[in-house]
Design a protein around this ligand. Structure first.
Ligand code: SF4
Length: 196
């Protein structure tokens, strides 16, 4: 018999239900674009992140996949004309992957794939959303610390982040003061903080 509280199990079940919603939304896009879910996610990722993150090894870490799985998906995207690979000058075995014109156009088309979910989140009052996002980020950080996931690109794990009270968190890189509601998940400028 598990010694977890009912609410802990219920929260995990609720997250699973939300993942099901995301799978359904992603599935709609994959049918329209005739690409697999991971290929769609790679196109979105490549459109968002700078070249140093757009290599097979880095993407394998980001998505918690094997390098072989990432390579296969990228090779298929290359064959279909969505991405191109450029060999790195200082390491001939490594490639940087970038979107072609077709990849960029597709990326723009699929950008709002989560809009249905976002429109429902929008209806909640700001104070509840701030509490919710704070708990979610703490949960992601906890899973990251335990090694369940290997990348957690959030303000609270970033070396540029100086925590404060709501409204006085500071991003040193951009010199912006941030409220809880403005903390970032998936920031392209994130730099991993040692010993989080
Ligand atoms: S660089 Fe990005 S992730 Fe890091 S503190 Fe600034 S906004 Fe947050």
């Amino acid at each position: 018999m598990s010694n977890h509280n009912v609410i802990d199990e219920n929260i995990a079940s609720a997250l699973e239900k939300l993942m099901q919603v995301q799978r359904l939304l992603l599935w709609d896009i994959t049918k329209k674009e005739k690409l697999s879910p991971i290929q769609i996610q790679f196109l979105i990722y490549l459109g968002k992140y700078p070249p140093e993150y757009c290599k097979v090894s880095q993407m394998a870490r980001e998505f918690d996949l094997t390098k072989a799985t990432v390579s296969d998906a990228l090779n298929s995207l290359e064959d279909k004309g969505y991405v191109k690979k450029i060999r790195e000058a200082d390491d001939k075995r490594s490639h940087v992957v970038s979107l072609t014109r077709k990849g960029i156009q597709t990326g723009k088309r699929i950008h709002g794939w989560q809009d249905v979910l976002v429109s429902h989140i929008q209806k909640f009052p700001m104070d509840r959303k701030e509490q919710f996002i704070t708990v979610l980020m703490d949960l992601i950080q906890s899973l990251y610390r335990e090694g369940v996931i290997h990348v957690a690109r959030m303000c609270i794990t970033c070396e540029n982040f100086v925590p404060g009270e709501n409204g006085t968190h500071h991003c040193i890189l951009t010199d912006r003061y941030l409220k809880d509601s403005e903390l970032s998940i998936g920031c392209a400028h994130h730099r991993n903080r040692e010993a989080i």
